[in-house]
Design a binder for this molecule. Structure first.
Ligand code: UDP
Ligand code: MG
Length: 317
């Protein structure tokens, strides 16, 4: 296969402390790959500023002025990391590239693994997923909530590796297919794992965050997880129906026993404590099921309006 024109997409949200160092380190990798004749010399970086409030965009503009191989896009406000990634992928498809790698601005992912991604691409793979060797740099809470999330996603049929990340390479062919999925909440990890193209995995080491703090909090991680589930699988809706049906059967059996007791043995016991517990229990299950259905209705509501996924402010190409 011919050596590719590589684009590297980097989502940035309040990353003024990291960007310059990250860009320098990524150019070391690109120059190394160019010298090994594995990628084209016009390969470039594409930074997406996801509505930062600090000087992130000023630094990106400065870097672009000194080196046109640093390109950038600024959102009008914060749309979240998935939207920044999607915007970057869509933009480099228009600008032109043969394959694209997405990597975080804090370079927690080992940037030197890009060479392994390219090797897989040259072997004919359309998607190369980065798999973390460990989650040592994650907090205890994040490690186990992430693990639980992937377990749930896999039970729902997503087949996403547990230590998956948004560090991946996708080919131009995969980008073309992505553009046929116009949905607003495209969950990239689910999509690229399930699209059906030739996929390889590359293991990489996770480093501690270079500077600053994680841009995700409990709320944004929960929203990402919920969107991942509701945009990807309808299994929870089926579970609601199955649960409802099973409880009806149990209700009929228990009801019949109670009626028989009353008629034949006249020892029907009525206990207010059990009444209260049962009411709370079944009320809880009902509201949980209603909430599950409501999540899907919310998703339909947001999709049906057909609003843009993100709004661009400025682009430097
Ligand atoms: N990010 C973003 N928009 C957001 C939150 C995060 O573009 O709303 C970017 C962030 O700048 C970084 C990447 O997404 O490049 C991953 O974020 P972070 O490193 O804070 O997440 P963590 O590694 O803690 O999961
Ligand atoms: Mg990080």
């Amino acid at each position: 296969m011919e050596k590719p024109l590589l684009a590297v997409v980097i989502p940035c949200f309040n990353e003024e402390l990291c960007i310059k160092e990250t860009v320098d380190k990524l150019f070391l990798v690109l120059n190394d790959l160019i010298s090994k004749n594995k990628i084209k010399p016009e390969s470039y970086l594409y930074l997406v500023d996801d509505g930062s409030k600090d000087s992130t965009w000023d630094i990106i503009s400065e870097l672009h002025n000194t080196n046109p191989l640093v390109k950038g896009l600024k959102f009008v406000k914060n749309f979240g990391n998935q939207k920044a990634l999607i915007a970057g992928l869509e933009a480099v498809k228009v600008l032109g590239c043969d394959c694209v790698v997405t990597i975080d601005a804090d370079l927690q992912q080992d940037e030197w693994s890009i060479e392994k991604f390219i090797d897989k691409y040259l072997d004919g793979f359309d998607i190369v997923s980065g798999i973390r060797n460990n989650r040592k740099s994650d907090s205890f809470f994040k490690k186990y909530t992430a693990l639980a999330f992937y377990k749930v996603m896999n039970l729902l049929g997503a087949h996403i590796p547990v230590n998956h990340s948004d560090y991946r390479l996708v080919s131009k062919h995969a980008l073309d297919i992505m553009s046929q999925f116009p949905e607003r909440y495209l969950f990239l990890r689910g999509f690229f794992n399930d699209v059906g193209l030739k996929t390889a995995n590359v293991n990489f080491d996770v480093k501690p965050r270079m500077h600053g703090e994680s841009k995700f909090n409990f709320a944004s991680l929960s929203i990402l997880a919920l969107n991942g589930i509701t945009s990807y699988s309808v299994v929870p809706l089926r579970l609601v129906s199955i649960l409802g049906f099973s409880m009806t059967i149990i209700g009929i059996i228990l009801g019949s026993i109670a009626v028989c007791n009353k008629i034949f043995f006249a020892n029907f016991q009525h206990d207010w404590a059990i009444d209260l517990i049962m009411n709370c229990f079944f009320g809880g299950i009902e509201l949980f099921c209603l909430g599950t259905i409501a999540e899907y209705i919310g998703q339909i509501f947001l999709e049906v309006k057909g609003r843009p996924r993100y709004i661009k402010d400025t682009e430097l190409k």
